[in-house]
Ligand binder design. Structure first.
Ligand code: ZN
Length: 147
């Protein structure tokens, strides 16, 4: 198995996202899965938004931490995601689900390399170019070209 990077390799900006995601994770509403997830996203303008998973007894009403963070950002007028950090208690850290990847693709900062980081509470982490985790994404550009 690929060796995870220890927390000591986090640069200050990454550590800032990690801490914000850990703090958001504490607010997780996850009575059904028991898995707390926190996310923090940095927008291209430098602002940071956070989210936690919010489960629902209907299950279908459940939303992941990453999508909560993106929806908070978009609802406040910030549309360009530059970086995503996801924190769980798991080893290895969990990557975002497919639905979250699609939502990030919708708001990926145009012309920039979007970075995605997964970490556990010990700060062991991996970092990826978003394109590496979600290649050839279906994006707004596909539909907008049709008009
Ligand atoms: Zn998800």
């Amino acid at each position: 198995m690929k060796k995870l990077n220890p927390m000591t390799t986090m640069q200050p900006q990454l550590l800032e996202l990690f801490r914000a995601a850990c703090e958001a994770r504490e607010r997780s509403y996850s009575p059904y899965s028991g898995h707390k997830v926190g996310a923090a996203i940095r927008m291209s303008d430098g602002s940071i938004f956070t989210g936690c998973n919010v489960e629902n007894s209907s299950y279908g009403g459940t939303i992941c931490a990453e999508r909560v963070a993106v929806q908070k950002a978009v609802s406040e007028g910030h549309l360009a995601v530059k970086e995503v950090m996801v924190v769980t208690a798991s080893t290895p850290p969990w990557p975002p689900c497919g639905m979250c990847r699609q939502v990030v693709a919708e708001f990926a900062s145009p012309g920039e390399t979007v970075r995605l980081h997964t970490s556990n509470l010990q700060g062991e982490h991996e970092s990826f170019d978003f394109e590496e985790l979600f290649p050839r994404a279906f994006t707004p550009g596909h539909l907008l070209k049709q008009k």
